[in-house]
Design a protein around this ligand. Structure first.
Ligand code: ZN
Length: 315
């Protein structure tokens, strides 16, 4: 018997407080956001995307970004990062003590215009001042490419487009890029081949994966990425975070599903399976729904049932 050749350790970044909360239409009180973040911190998670410093009018749900950050920075052992859509957001993030910024960029013009009101090229040209500011203020900065594996408006995205953006990032001094399957269109073959090609071309770049489970392919895509040696994955508690172009669809890959799957494969995450499931239950109860979570439906493998006689007959 031979195992798949996979990394032995993975770092999960919990993105529920950003990607998950921003998709919630009903206001989540700041106190409740802080409480959920503190509960998540107890599961052993080492990295968290805590909020986005967008204009409060664009996403009212995250208008309390500063307050959330101020009340959670004492949590030790966690690296916090925040999404910054523009220079003003970057200033706000750094002023309140965020030490790692994540840049926002879409692979296609249609998604970029719908999301940020400008083409991909225009958006790329606005990144440099943010990177300069981060350097001046001594904070880290990583790139991202939304809809990297398929766009809800344009469908398939040519690989050349992704390579071009990674090239531009690398010219700007960026060493880490998050590849986002924002509307859950990626398949394992595509993930494997694209990562293989990008790693060949940009051997100094670190790639991380941000996968949505909109079409049930996220876990399969995780395995394809693992086979390419990827060790950085985003996930969201209770699977929160939908796709605005597929209302009612499942969201990000659920943290508890990812942690459970990796645990079953013998891959370390530092996160305790049972405690993360408990936080997911709590989050579902607080928000009144989840975003698609196998653990909340079926429970972990470790949860065995007592066999009754009739079940025995059914086998
Ligand atoms: Zn997302």
């Amino acid at each position: 018997m031979t195992d798949l050749l996979l990394p032995s350790k993975v770092i999960i970044c919990e993105v529920g407080p950003r990607d998950g909360f921003q998709a919630e239409t009903v206001w989540i009180p700041t106190e409740q956001k802080i409480r959920i973040i503190k509960e998540l911190a107890k599961t052993g998670v080492q990295s968290m995307e805590i909020t986005s410093f967008v204009h409060p009018r664009a996403i009212p749900q995250l208008k309390d970004a500063e307050e959330v950050v101020r009340n959670t920075q004492d949590l030790t052992g966690i690296k916090f990062r925040a999404l910054v859509p523009n220079i003003r957001g970057a200033e706000r993030a750094i002023d309140v003590g965020i030490t790692k910024l994540k840049l926002m960029l879409s692979a296609t013009d249609s998604h970029s215009i719908s999301n940020a009101n400008r083409t991909t090229e225009d958006a790329l040209n606005k990144l440099e001042p943010i990177i300069d500011l981060a350097e001046k203020r001594g904070v880290g900065v990583g790139g991202s490419i939304a809809v990297a594996f398929g766009c809800p408006f344009e469908g398939k995205v040519p690989f050349s487009r992704i390579a071009e953006i990674v090239q531009r990032y690398s010219e700007m001094g960026i060493t880490e890029v998050s590849l986002a399957d924002s509307s859950g269109r990626a398949n394992p073959n595509q993930v494997y081949s694209m990562l293989g090609e990008l790693k060949d071309r940009y051997s100094k770049m670190t790639f991380s994966m941000h996968l949505h489970n909109t079409r049930g392919m996220a876990l399969a895509n995780v395995v394809a990425a693992l086979q390419q040696g990827i060790t950085l994955f985003d996930s969201s508690i209770a699977g929160l975070g939908g796709c605005p172009y597929a209302p009612g669809a499942t969201g990000n890959i659920a943290t508890e599903d990812l942690v459970h799957a990796l645990y079953e494969m013998g891959i370390e995450t530092g996160i305790d399976v049972d405690s993360v499931i408990n936080v997911a239950k709590d989050v579902k109860q607080k928000l009144g729904h989840d975003g698609g979570s196998y653990m909340l439906q079926a429970g972990p493998n470790s949860q065995l049932h007592i066999k009754t006689e009739s079940q025995e007959k059914l086998g």
